[in-house]
Design a protein around this ligand. Structure first.
Ligand code: PLP
Length: 422
């Protein structure tokens, strides 16, 4: 069995985590008369004042369309948009800003690859290899591609509730037919942290193209695409303190330059004739129409904010919160079923209370101010594999505290009593 338990780099400085909470105005409120405990960070994170202020300043002073005007505001907006691209390249250690395509989020990034790369490289009889823990965003675009091309999908299995992949099975799955291996870095349901560098290295040895879904990892730990060695990597701004509607697709420049466009329209062309057009180079070839300019500006501020705290610190803190919650919930013994690795888990815990539906847990927790998520978490195939319809999930970010987890554990006991399951 494999997992990646180590936090990438040593903690550099002590962080006053509780003090950071004051950067997030939304956390300071009551819900149903109780202090808000926001544990739905895997769905979306809250936004610090640094991001909110930048968005406001952008719209108050610089707003204009990009790459088009020759006036001052357009130049400022273009400079801010391209600065965000350069910052994103630095954030994940891409070789060049040309490897950064702005998207609406992880989902659009994966769809872009499935359409543009898939159209060029995948044909009948080819295999797309995924893992059993993928989010629907990293399954459905490949199913659509498979329908169009006659390719087939294969899934690297996970082992039971503990939710780890078994790399010793990789040789069996990484066959000559595999064209692409797409894998999540961190599972949004299990909290498993996959050793993506090793998985990509194994694929590379066979000339298999790789895509990493970094939706749950980009805001939680350092990401170095050169170290990972992937061809593509996608993430969403809103899961890392940035605005909704903006995301990043990284693609190796050589791979991107060889691809046809994803969508057609303004911004992505060199010239248009009545019958045909020519395309710009990457990344602009893949960004048709007016992009989410303010989103990119907000994402830039979010990346700066996270790096001020230090992503190694955030990764360490995440794992501490995840381990603390797992240990705390384990004390409910037979009354709880916990999913995901025992050790080395990311900052989230999925669970089922015995004889209580996940939706009931989430509804009653909400009445006590605790925001959880219940359902299949866009992981229906994984849920089926686990033999459940849904789970309840508490997912943490650096502004959460062990005191909140203590209160959450108390609320679970109250819920057990409420439903007569204690
Ligand atoms: C692992 C994973 N991949 C992809 C996504 C999709 O992200 P988005 O909805 O921002 O495109 C999510 C969202 O929850 C996720 O957790």
């Amino acid at each position: 069995m494999i997992t990646e338990t180590a936090v990438p780099k040593q903690r550099k400085q002590r962080v006053n985590w509780s003090a950071l909470r004051t950067d997030f105005p939304i956390l300071d409120q009551q819900v149903h008369g109780q202090p808000l405990i926001y544990f739905d960070n895997a769905a979306t994170t809250q936004k610090p004042r640094a991001v909110l202020d930048v968005l406001r300043r952008y719209y108050e002073r610089d707003n204009a369309n990009v790459h088009r005007g020759i006036h001052e505001l357009s130049n400022r907006a273009t400079a801010a948009f391209e600065a965000a691209r350069a910052r994103a390249a630095q954030f994940i250690n891409a070789r060049s800003p040309n490897e950064i395509i702005f998207t609406r989020g992880t989902t659009e990034g994966i769809n872009l690859v499935a359409q543009a790369w898939g159209a060029k490289h995948v044909k009948a009889g080819d295999t797309i290899l995924l893992t059993e823990m993928e989010h629907h965003s990293n399954i459905v675009p490949w199913q659509l591609l498979a329908e169009r091309t006659g390719a087939r999908l294969a899934y690297l299995p996970i082992g039971g509730d503990i939710g780890l992949l078994n790399l010793s099975q990789l040789d069996e799955y990484l066959t000559r037919q595999v064209k692409l291996f797409a894998m999540t870095h961190i599972s949004n349901s299990l909290g498993t942290i996959n050793p993506v560098a090793e998985m990509c290295a194994r694929a590379r040895q066979l000339g298999v193209t790789t895509l990493v879904d970094a939706a749950q990892s980009a805001g939680h730990r350092p990401i170095d695409v050169q170290e990972i060695g992937c061809d593509f990597l996608a993430f969403s701004g809103h899961k890392m303190c940035g605005p909704t509607g903006i995301g990043v697709l990284y693609g190796r420049q050589e791979v991107l330059e060889a691809l046809p466009p994803y969508q057609g329209g303004g911004e992505m062309i060199l010239s248009v004739d009545f019958q045909q057009s020519t395309w710009k180079h990457t990344p602009h070839r893949f960004e048709a129409g007016t992009p989410d300019i303010s989103g990119a500006v907000g994402l830039h501020a979010a990346m700066d904010y996270l790096d001020k705290i230090g992503r190694p610190n955030i990764a360490q803190h995440d794992q501490e919160l995840g381990a603390y919650a797992y240990a705390k919930l384990s004390r409910l013994g037979q009354g709880i079923r916990l999913f995901g690795p025992h050790i080395g888990r990311a900052g989230l815990v999925s669970f089922l209370l015995k004889d209580i539906h996940a939706h009931d847990v989430v509804t009653v927790a909400d009445q006590r101010g605790v925001a959880l998520r219940g359902g299949h978490h866009c992981n229906q195939p994984l849920m089926r594999k686990l033999g459940v319809e849904s789970t309840a999930r508490a997912s943490f970010y650096f502004y959460n505290t062990t005191e909140e987890i203590d209160r959450f554990a108390e609320v679970l006991v109250e819920i057990q009593k409420f439903f007569g399951a204690a």
